[in-house]
Design a protein around this ligand. Sequence first.
Ligand SMILES: [Zn+2]
Length: 257
Amino acid sequence: METAGLKIDVLSDGTFGLDGGAMFGMVPRERWKELCPPDERNRIRLGTHTLCVRGPGFVLLVDPGVSLSADPEMFAIRRNPTLEESLAGIGLAPEDVTHVTMSHLHFDHAGGGRSFPNAEYLVQEAEWAAATSPHLLHSRSYRREDLPPEDRVRLLPGDGEILPGVRVRVTGGPSAGHQVLLFEDRAVFFGDLLPTIHHLSPPRTMAYDLEPRRVVDVKLSLFREAAEKGWLGFLYHDLSPDPIRIVSEGRRFRAVR
Ligand SMILES: [Zn+2]
């Protein structure tokens, strides 16, 4: 996707698997297994679609892949391609990345926390606090070894423009500091607020979400805004790299590719 000031590419760090029940919260297995067929260990296959956003003087990565220390067997990790190979596919090396930001710092979004030697890491203050001293409930979601070195982190105080044409908005979701990204009022990266196309119905929250009722309300208003403004929507965990447009039909939504 290209706008007046930004060029956005969807990269891949391969696929991995998470428990289908955890990804679909209160949705009955009979329903979600039709949408995302589980393997013999009840895991559903998820994509890891990192965004590369190029603008005047910067190369920004958004959600740089799955933790390099995650158990490949437990999480059925298939790095085919790796994020580095995907970057090379658009003519870039890890050294070319000037900035990295994450929707949140859970292990499946913050894998490249130490892979980009020249990058500044832009992290929500609340998320940094949650990751560096996690509550017991989330201690397995954050990995210290993925976190960028503190002297390369710039803490973000909440909503705002982080680079020309790139804004962040804190939404909550699987963590209090979870943020979505907005690109020149033309596109949105949903992070885990809309992990796959099958989560478009607002009540389809994840078991990981901290406050499901609030997440439903946030999804409703964000999806309405996306539909009204005709934003292109990027989905990190969907198996397809193609962005969607959301069509609003009252409290229901439809995705068009
Ligand atoms: Zn995730």
